[in-house]
Ligand binder design. Structure first.
Ligand code: PMV
Length: 344
């Protein structure tokens, strides 16, 4: 008998950043993200009867075998008894596709590990689909890539234990509840400044927070921002949303620039776009703000109703500097999780 599972999960963009980890992928501070919709990974997992010739695990990306990523997924599967028992009976074949181009600054590991963990979980536990299953999938995804644990809920998801937030945990993410109408339908336009692969990996960046002179202040600040963001999302205050989001983006990059092995991922054009956003906001009083991931590309965040004005603003910048733009929006988390028993 074979099993086939299809899983489609979105990426997410952190508003309050996770930067610094300890133990087994546990966060040094709480974080909060907006779940995306269009930027997603689709994984088909086929569990085929184990034969001598078939590799124990193979990973295909857009139809091409990807042995390096396959090795990473194999280590991930082998390290978890929840999944490794699948290897007793089956050969695992993953075929995946990202809806967005590689190296655009959209966290592909977040959507990829959300989809991989969900697919494996469903293959191992076909009957479970309640809230506790969601928590477990989020926990397992975290062990593949920290930020992946936040892709299970939407439009906003929070990860990291804070006494003030009931049910919060370092192990898994939870949904942010009570979202004001102002924040229910947010847009994210990603201006691609550079599409080269990252110069410094997130793992290296996280590790540079160990012994960082500003680490303690940063973790405290992020936890405070997380609580403030939860209230902001509840009360609908755009100016507080803007100030927390932009300070978080700049703090993340400030940490990189002040670590012992310092580095800089923003580019002159990143700064120019940010300045243009400041001007736009001053001139129009419209609630457009930015955030940055670990890279030079700029995420423009804004409520749906100001899209025409923002698009006009973006078009001007993009035509001038010939950048490309990816338009996305807040979403609800898992997009598909299907189990087919006895697949051919
Ligand atoms: O999930 P990781 O280990 O790739 O780390 C992600 C870190 C940031 O994207 C920079 C911030 C975040 O919270 O997503």
């Amino acid at each position: 008998m074979s099993i086939k599972v299809t899983a489609k999960y979105p990426s997410n963009i952190a508003l309050v950043k996770y930067w610094g980890k300890y133990g087994n992928q546990l966060p040094c501070n709480a974080s909060l993200s907006m779940t995306l919709t269009h930027a997603h990974t689709e994984v088909v997992l086929e569990c085929l009867p184990r034969t001598q010739d078939e590799a124990a695990l193979s990973y295909y990306f857009d139809g091409n075998l990807n042995p390096a990523f396959g090795d990473r997924v194999m280590r991930y599967v082998k390290a978890r008894p929840e999944f490794s028992r699948l290897l007793d009976n089956f050969s695992l074949r993953f075929s995946s596709h990202n809806s967005f181009p590689h190296s655009t600054g959209i966290a592909s590991s977040a959507s990829a590990f959300a989809a991989i963990a969900a697919a494996l979980f469903k293959a191992a536990n076909p009957a479970l689909s309640d809230d506790s299953a969601l928590k477990e999938m989020s926990r397992l995804a975290r062990l593949g890539s920290g930020s992946a644990c936040r892709s299970f809920y939407g439009p906003y998801s929070q990860w990291g234990q804070l006494d003030e937030i009931a049910g919060s945990s370092n192990e898994f993410a939870i949904p942010v509840i009570e979202i004001h109408d102002n924040f229910k339908s947010m847009k994210d336009a990603i201006i691609i400044v550079e599409s080269e692969p990252k110069e410094v990996s997130s793992s290296k960046g996280h590790s540079l927070m160990e012994g960082h002179p500003y680490a303690e202040a940063r973790f405290k600040d992020a936890n405070k921002h997380c609580l403030e963001m939860v209230s902001t999302l509840r009360n609908g205050d755009f100016s507080s949303f803007i100030s927390i989001t932009e300070r978080e983006a700049l703090s993340l990059h400030a940490m990189m620039m002040t670590s012992s092995d310092y580095y800089m991922l923003i580019r002159p054009q990143t700064v120019q776009i940010i300045k243009n956003i400041f001007h736009f906001r001053k001139d129009t009083r419209l609630p457009l703000c930015f955030t940055l991931d670990a890279g030079p590309n700029v995420h423009l965040l804004y409520p749906e109703h100001i899209e025409p004005q923002v698009k006009e603003f973006i078009n001007e910048m993009v035509i001038k500097d010939s950048n490309s733009v990816i338009f996305d929006q807040s979403g609800t988390g898992g997009l598909t999780l299907n189990y087919v028993n006895g697949a051919a």
